[in-house]
Design a binder for this molecule. Structure first.
Ligand code: FA5
Length: 344
């Protein structure tokens, strides 16, 4: 029995020594120390021994068990340590490798153009205001001298939500809202950028949703020449002195007289192309002297006050400034297109 126990010890220690996985250690534990393990089996045969031999063999069996347990513990710790070291080695960061580039976003080209125009008018003493995109029929039309059934409403095909509420077709409602807020006895100088919506058929220069910037200047003795001077200054600052502008007589129910301003086409230089519909000119804004009825409805006395207003399309302005051939490029979010206008 003594030899048997010594053989068990030798064999178990060898297996522990050679083990390189936790699972193998577990097997040794079961095989030698478990309830049905080799040592238990030997102890079961103790009954056959002489009484004086039993304590000796018992002690030996106990020592073998302890030796195997100690070896198992030691090997388990060694394996744990090796595993940790392996993990640490794998996770080492090589600080000399090149970093991953961080991609910075930038302003959308329309945002940049709007900010440029805002800066220009802030420099002329205008304040920047906002108005709701979901607007009432009253502010979008009636307060602008376009009563219900007025044929000029057809010029701006609209998205109605109810009979009285619609998506604004232009930023002009902010004219009436601003004059009301000012109370009828103070000069007004404001611009209002924002989104507007029309049931237009989309093509190279028309989109069903686009942006406008409204401008309004009301004071005593404001004249048509003030409007012309302001628009000329705006065009020169934005496009440079060599681009031609022209004012054409036009009609808007809320201004009298009314004009439209065109700029010579940047894509073809005025020779005629797809973008300017072969005219050499692109219309960028409507303007005029504020109609006395509009002043009156918003609480300003037209015998004391006069003013001018304009509404421009920054989408078309951006197209002209950068020679962009299709308005729909602004809205389709092609990153290759948008990235061209990010500052380096
Ligand atoms: C107006 O919307 C008037 N409210 C402008 C105005 C304001 C006149 C104040 C007088 C006083 P109009 O419908 O022409 O006018 O539009 C003004 C500008 O918006 C146009 O010159 C053009 O640059 C732009 N625009 C009009 N329709 C579209 C469209 N579908 N897509 C892109 N831009 C458009």
């Amino acid at each position: 029995m003594r030899e048997e126990l010594q053989a068990i010890e030798k064999e178990a220690l060898e297996k522990i020594e050679n083990a390189d996985q936790f699972q193998q250690l577990q097997q040794v534990q079961v095989e030698y120390l478990g309830k049905k393990g080799s040592i238990t089996k030997v102890l079961r045969g103790m009954g056959k021994l002489a009484p004086e031999e039993r304590p000796v063999i018992g002690e030996l069996a106990n020592n073998v068990r302890k030796t195997i347990q100690a070896a198992l513990k030691e090997k388990k710790e060694a394996l744990e340590k090796a595993e940790l070291e392996k993990k640490l080695a794998e996770e080492t960061i090589d600080v000399t490798l090149p970093g991953r580039p961080v991609h910075f976003g930038g302003n959308h080209i329309l945002t940049s153009i709007i900010e440029e125009i805002e800066d220009l008018f802030i420099g002329l003493g205008y304040e920047v205001r906002e108005g709701p995109e979901v607007e009432t029929d009253y502010y979008n039309f009636e307060a602008l001298n376009l009563p219900k059934g007025h044929p000029a409403r057809e010029m701006q095909d609209s998205f109605y939500i109810t009979n009285e509420i619609l998506l604004r077709t232009h930023t002009s409602p902010v004219q009436a809202r601003t004059m009301e807020a000012y109370g009828g006895d103070k000069p007004v100088r404001m611009i209002c950028p924002g989104k507007v919506y029309r049931r237009d058929t989309d093509d190279a220069t028309h989109s069903h949703q686009f942006t406008q910037i409204e401008g309004l200047y009301v004071d005593k003795n404001v004249r048509m020449s003030d409007l012309k001077g302001t628009l000329k200054l705006f065009a020169e600052k934005l496009f440079g002195k060599d681009r031609d502008i022209r004012l054409r007589p036009s009609f808007f129910p809320f201004t009298e007289p009314s004009v439209e301003m065109d700029i010579s086409c940047a894509v073809c230089g005025g020779d005629g192309c797809n973008v300017c519909k072969h005219t050499g000119w692109i219309e960028i804004l409507g303007a005029g002297m504020v109609h006395p009825r509009v002043l009156e409805m918003a609480g300003y006395d037209p015998n004391v006050y006069s003013g001018f207003a304009f509404g421009m399309g920054p989408d078309r302005i951006a197209m002209l400034k950068y020679g962009i051939d299709d308005i729909r490029r602004f809205y389709t979010n092609d990153i290759r297109f948008l990235k061209q206008f990010h500052e380096a």
